[in-house]
Design a protein around this ligand. Structure first.
Ligand code: NAD
Ligand code: IPM
Ligand code: MN
Length: 359
């Protein structure tokens, strides 16, 4: 098949991990005889430096006319001045809104070979296999904002329609899995959460009677995620709660550098990005973990290009590479045994082209 993929490397470790994900996609193209074309564009801090805008019009246009978008990470200390008129993060938020990608899928499934070195007890992690569905284009991220003298305001808004569509995605996914859906909110305090809870209840009751829905308050959910992480199947939650809970969930997998994500709309291109940021503390050292970016590329193959076999091949190559110990320093106790970002990318590409078990 032919596919056009927009690549937005961004800032910090963004370009370092994205180049590995792109190489993997190129390798898939060669091995499976697809014609993938790639076009790069600026976003985030580098786009502010180059064009004065964290999401230049040509970048958004490129994304809109592509089949999928591979995104690295944005942000960094250079653009962190609280008085700056624009921030890199605005580029990412405008991109999500501009593409209408309201459903952010963040799977969390620790690799068996990494469980022993995770900070949590191995017996808690062995059966963890959960997916967080994070609402991505609403809530406090996109509400009215203002700042006057000593007072700052961020408003949180959700409409019934916004909640219905994300709950439908989550319930459909739960139906294909264990049939259990946990909706996370703060309905004891927030009006938006009370609307969220009532809407989730109605949608699941009317349209997904076979799905078992429960509601958990976000503070308790944060605790349960560490105390009984294997309990969860599909979690659906609003924008900010999903952001926070998935960084927490990355600890279950062993590193921020492992968790991929897919952001989908009803139609139009999907956006694929690691859940981690630009990691300024390790940027430029060539040691960032590229697995989250590579696994995001696998999600791109699966969700936007409908290439399940190819996505499986990438996921198997990643699993095999991890099993062999092809790991960056965030996952290795003995630093001398760690690989660089590029070496990990090399190994995944090698496995993809030579390992029949991976295909
Ligand atoms: P971060 O995710 O960049 O880093 C948190 C910690 O995890 C750091 O210690 C970092 O070294 C580590 N880490 C992250 N990714 C890693 C990887 N692939 N391999 C190894 N270690 C990794 O979060 P932060 O430090 O809070 O934010 C830094 C900047 O990134 C900020 O400007 C923030 O706004 C931005 N950010 C961007 C995105 C995005 O582009 N999607 C996501 C989160 C944060
Ligand atoms: C993420 C990031 C972004 C978010 C920031 C950079 C705007 O933390 O993708 O998880 O909060 O959504
Ligand atoms: Mn985040």
């Amino acid at each position: 098949m032919k596919a056009k993929i927009a690549v937005l490397p961004g800032d910090g470790i963004g370009p370092e991990v994205t180049v590995q994900a792109r190489r993997v996609l190129e390798m898939v193209g060669e091995n499976f005889d697809h014609e993938f074309s790639f076009e790069e564009a600026h976003v985030g801090g580098i786009a502010i430096d180059e064009c004065g805008d964290p999401l230049p019009e040509q970048t958004l246009n490129l994304c809109r006319e592509s089949d999928a978008v591979l995104f690295g990470a944005i942000g960094g200390p250079k653009w962190d001045d609280p008085n700056a008129p624009v921030r890199p993060e605005q580029g990412l938020l405008r991109l999500r809104r501009g593409l209408g990608v309201f459903a952010n899928i963040r799977p969390v499934k620790p690799h068996p070979d990494l469980i022993d070195q995770a900070p949590l007890k191995p017996e808690l992690l062995r059966d963890v296999d959960l997916i967080v569905i994070r609402e991505l284009t609403g809530g406090i991220y996109f509400g009215h904002k203002s700042r006057e003298n000593d007072v700052a305001v961020d408003t949180c808004t959700y409409s019934v329609g916004e909640v219905e569509r994300i709950v439908r995605i989550a319930a459909s996914l739960a139906r294909e899995r264990e049939g259990r859906l946990t909706s996370v909110d703060k309905a004891n305090v927030l009006e938006t959460s009370r609307l969220w809870r009532a809407t989730a209840e109605r949608v699941v009751h009317d349209e997904f009677p076979d799905v078992k829905l429960e509601h958990v308050l976000v503070d308790a959910a944060a605790m349960h995620l560490l105390q009984k992480p294997d309990y969860f199947d599909v979690i659906v939650t609003e924008n900010m709660f999903g952001d926070i809970l998935t960084d927490e969930a990355s600890v279950l997998a062993g590193s921020m550098g492992l968790l991929p994500s897919a952001s989908l709309s009803d139609d139009g291109p999907g956006l694929y990005e690691p859940i981690h940021g630009s990691a300024p503390d390790i940027a430029g050292l060539g040691i960032a973990n590229p697995y989250a970016a590579i696994s995001s590329a696998a999600m791109l193959l699966r969700h936007s290009l409908k290439l399940d076999e190819e996505a499986d091949a990438v996921e198997r190559a990643v699993a095999r590479a991890v099993h062999e110990g092809a790991l960056t320093v965030d996952l290795v106790r003995d630093e001398r045994k760690s690989m660089t970002t590029a070496e990990v990318g090399d190994r995944v590409c090698e496995l993809l082209s030579t390992c029949t078990a991976c295909l």
